[in-house]
Design a protein around this ligand. Structure first.
Ligand SMILES: C[S@@+](CC[C@H](N)C(=O)[O-])C[C@H]1O[C@@H](n2cnc3c(N)ncnc32)[C@H](O)[C@@H]1O
Ligand code: SF4
Length: 285
């Protein structure tokens, strides 16, 4: 059975206040070493499978480069990662090849680089179409940036697009959320991922909300009931617009038809990432 490959690129231009993913801002020097390590791990995949008592499967029908923000890497670095995958696995013709992008991180040369790597699907971390809401959590893009990126992606031939939205950002209201959903539907992208804001110790905003503070606009985070209402409203609106969703919570809440992304595996966990960072620090001492 063909497998899906997931590769994490845990680097970002800035760290959004709400983000609880294993990602952060690092110097470009680290990028090259990380890419080296990822390529080595790809080459060692058969050995790793054997050590773990698993069966190595060469056939791949999807590749997902997530993060973090993989597009902060240079084109040549992205190219090395994809070349390592193709040299060590049999990637099916027509495989779904996705890269996660923060809007505004896709200059023309980067876009051309993605096309050369065979990328045919892009997931954009939009979060909100309301500029003030995006700015309040540290996003660097505006609504116009997102729309321009979508146009450029489509003109380049990549029309399989996903938009990520977050229900529960600071300052969000039922009206502003409805606006973000309307704008999302108007883009006519085939897939949307709606996340409910996760409030936990792993993000600056989460910590502040839990502490009852006011930094990072924490006191403007909608309450849980409002967040759940936003979520259900999004499910209903996207469903009537016949836009696919693949957030698991949504199927539980709404019983919606579910767009199933092809398998994604080979995840670098936060613990793996911490371990790798420690090794890097030790190597530099
Ligand atoms: C790893 S990010 C990749 C996207 C890309 N880095 C960007 O943000 O433009 C995947 C998605 O996780 C979601 N996310 C991150 N932290 C979250 C949190 N604390 N609660 C809910 N969703 C979150 C955001 O919607 C984000 O777009
Ligand atoms: S939401 Fe995306 S851009 Fe923001 S810090 Fe997390 S991974 Fe990076």
């Amino acid at each position: 059975m063909p497998v899906g490959i997931y590769i994490s690129v845990p680097f970002c231009r800035t760290k959004c206040s709400y983000c609880n993913f294993a990602s952060d801002v690092f110097s470009r020097v680290v990028f090259e070493r990380y890419v080296d390590q990822v390529c080595t791990e790809i080459q060692n995949a058969p050995k790793t499978a054997a050590i773990m008592g698993g069966k190595f499967e060469r056939f791949v029908d999807s590749i997902y480069l997530g993060g973090g923000t993989p597009t902060v890497l240079e084109s040549a670095q992205l190219h090395r990662i994809f070349a390592a995958v193709r040299n060590n696995f049999d990637v099916e013709e027509g495989a779904e090849i996705t890269v996660e992008c923060a809007p505004g991180t896709l200059p023309d040369d980067q876009l051309e680089g993605l096309l050369r790597c065979g990328v045919n699907r892009v997931s954009l971390g939009v979060q909100s179409f309301v500029d003030q809401e995006a700015a309040a959590v540290g996003r660097l893009h505006k609504r116009e940036t997102v729309l321009a990126d979508i146009d450029r992606l489509r003109s380049s031939g990549i029309s399989n697009l996903n938009i990520d939205l977050i229900a529960g950002l600071p300052h969000q209201t039922a009206e502003s959320w409805a606006y973000s959903i309307e704008e999302t539907i108007a883009t006519n992208v085939p897939h949307v991922s709606v996340y409910m804001l996760e409030v936990d110790e792993d993000s600056r905003l989460g910590r502040e909300v839990l502490a009852g503070g006011t930094r990072y606009h924490a006191h403007f985070v909608p309450d849980e009931e409002a967040m759940a209402d936003f979520y259900l409203a999004a499910c209903a609106a996207l469903s009537s617009a016949k836009i696919g969703q693949y957030e698991i919570v949504c199927t539980q809440l709404c019983g919606l038809g579910h767009y199933k992304m092809r398998a994604t595996m080979l995840v670098m966990t936060e613990a793996d990432f911490e371990k790798w960072l420690q090794q890097q620090e030790a190597a530099n001492q």
